[in-house]
Design a protein around this ligand. Structure first.
Ligand SMILES: NC(=O)c1ccc[n+]([C@@H]2O[C@H](COP(=O)([O-])OP(=O)(O)OC[C@H]3O[C@@H](n4cnc5c(N)ncnc54)[C@H](OP(=O)(O)O)[C@@H]3O)[C@@H](O)[C@H]2O)c1
Length: 274
C-alpha cells in the first residue's frame, strides 16, 4: 500500500515515528507533509529534517493538504484537539471513506475522534519515546471501519521502532501510564542512583554511566532470561549482605508503593483528560 501521510503536529512524538520510516525507506519524505503550530517551528524543522519533507505552519493554506492525505497522523497536544478539528474545512472533513486517522493523543477516545473526524476510520495509538532508538512499545486500538489492509499498514508502520500490541481501548490508559510515562519513572531512578553513588564518592560522569548501564543491563537480563523480577532480586541478595541492607531501606521508604501509586495516578489522570 503506497500512501501519502499528513502529520498534524510534527512534534517530538510524531518525529520519533515518522523519521525512522523515512530512514528505512518505508515512506518517501516527498509523500509526507507535516503541520506545526508556528512559522518559527516550521523554519527550524525544515533545516533539521530530510530536504523534500514539506513542513508548514497551521496558518499556511497548504496545511489543508495534510487533511487530504490517505493517512493522517494526529500528534498535537490533547488540549488542542477541538481547535484543530474545527480548523478542518468542511470540504476536507470526511472527504473519503478510505482515509485513516491515527491519533497518539493521550486520553482521547475513539468515540471522540470519530465524532470530531466523521468519515475517517480512526486508530488510537499509544507509543513511547524509546521509539526514538527503535526500542519502543506501541499499543493500538482500532475504531470502526478500519480495513484489514489499513490495520496491516499501521502495524507495519510502527514495527520498525517498537513492539506493537493490539489492545481493547479500555486498557490503553493503563498501558500509557506504564509505558509512555515509564521513561520518566526510570529517569528519576537513574538520576537518584547516580546521586547516591556521587554522595558515596564516585565522580559524576562515572556515576551517571554506571547507573544507566546497571538499568539497561538489568532490563536485558530480565528480558533475555525471562526472569521474574523476584528472581533477579534474589540473584544479588545474599543472606545478611549489602544488597539486603539496601533493600530493607527501600522497603521502609515505600519505594514499591510509591511506584504502584504513580502508575495508578497516571492512569486516572489520563482518564480525566476526557
Ligand atoms: N511524548 C510522549 O512520550 C508521548 C507518548 C504517547 C503519546 N503522546 C502524545 O503525543 C502528542 C504530542 O506530544 P509531543 O510530546 O510530541 O508534543 P510536542 O513535541 O509539543 O508536539 C506537538 C506539536 O504540535 C504542533 N502544533 C501546535 N499547534 C498546532 C496546530 N494548530 N496544528 C498543527 N500542529 C500544531 C506543535 O508545533 P509548535 O511547537 O510550533 O507549537 C508541535 O510540533 C500528545 O497528544 C501526547 O499526548 C506523547
Amino acid at each position: 500500500m503506497t500512501v501519502s501521510v499528513g502529520v498534524i503536529g510534527l512534534g517530538r512524538m510524531a518525529r520519533a515515528l515518522i523519521c525512522p520510516l523515512i530512514e528505512r525507506e518505508i515512506l518517501r519524505s516527498s509523500e509526507v507533509i507535516g503541520v506545526v503550530g508556528s512559522e518559527a517551528t516550521a523554519t527550524r524543522l525544515k533545516s533539521e529534517l530530510p530536504g523534500d519533507l514539506t513542513v508548514v505552519a497551521a496558518s499556511d493554506p497548504r496545511a489543508m493538504e495534510a487533511w487530504n492525505a490517505q493517512v493522517q497522523l494526529l500528534a498535537v497536544k490533547p488540549q488542542q484537539l477541538d481547535a484543530v478539528a474545527a480548523s478542518v474545512e468542511p470540504s476536507q472533513a470526511g472527504r473519503s471513506g478510505s482515509q485513516l486517522l491515527i491519533s497518539v493523543l493521550a486520553g482521547v477516545t475513539l468515540e471522540r475522534l470519530q465524532s470530531r473526524f466523521p468519515g475517517r476510520a480512526c486508530v488510537r495509538a499509544v507509543p513511547n519515546t524509546p521509539c526514538l532508538v527503535g526500542e519502543g512499545l506501541c499499543g493500538l486500538a482500532w475504531g470502526d471501519g478500519v480495513t484489514p489492509e489499513q490495520r496491516l499498514w499501521v502495524t507495519e508502520a510502527f514495527r520498525p521502532v517498537s513492539e506493537v500490541l493490539e489492545l481493547p481501548e479500555s486498557r490503553l490508559d493503563a498501558f500509557l501510564a506504564l509505558t509512555s510515562s515509564g521513561p520518566a519513572y526510570v529517569a528519576l531512578v537513574a538520576e537518584a542512583l547516580a546521586d547516591g553513588a556521587v554522595a558515596a564518592g564516585l565522580p559524576r560522569d562515572q556515576a551517571n554511566h554506571l547507573a544507566h548501564r546497571t538499568l539497561a543491563g538489568s532490563a536485558a537480563l530480565l528480558d533475555r532470561q525471562q526472569l521474574h523480577p523476584g528472581q533477579l532480586k534474589d540473584m544479588v541478595a545474599s543472606p545478611g549482605g549489602t544488597t539486603m541492607a539496601a533493600l530493607r531501606h527501600l522497603e521502609k521508604a515505600g519505594l514499591r508503593s510509591a511506584l504502584i501509586e504513580a502508575v495508578i495516578a497516571a492512569t486516572e489522570h489520563g482518564r480525566g483528560l476526557r
